[in-house]
Design a protein around this ligand. Structure first.
Ligand code: FES
Length: 112
């Protein structure tokens, strides 16, 4: 049985949410499936930038670095930062229990 993990998400309004997550699915899946507002226009295949999040600094070195393709996408994001990631490409795992992300500009469902 998959172990239960926690994913902390801050929404665009500053609301904080502790979501139940499991090993293997993407951070975007848990945000979307919990009804939080995220556009995720491409459905999670890394082909847009509307699942853009900022990863809390203390978690950055626990993540595999972005691929070249992800970095190219992120360069087109609204207000990219050093801690920007596409959350559909981040897989939850035991080592990421407690991961904290903030939904970034451009991830709103009504974003262009
Ligand atoms: Fe499109 Fe993540 S949902 S890149």
């Amino acid at each position: 049985m998959a172990s239960e993990l926690t994913l902390h998400v801050t929404d665009r309004g500053g609301g904080r949410h502790a979501l139940m997550a499991f090993d293997g699915a993407s951070v975007m899946d848990f945000i979307r499936d919990n009804g939080l507002p995220i556009k995720a226009a491409c459905g999670g295949v890394g082909a847009c930038v509307s699942c853009h999040v900022y990863v809390a600094e203390e978690w950055l070195d626990k993540l595999a670095p972005p691929t070249a393709a992800e970095s190219v996408r992120l360069a087109d994001a609204v207000a990219p930062q050093d801690n920007s990631r596409l959350c559909c490409l981040l897989r939850m795992s035991a080592g990421l229990d407690g991961l904290a992300v903030t939904l970034a500009p451009g991830s709103e469902p009504d974003a262009g």
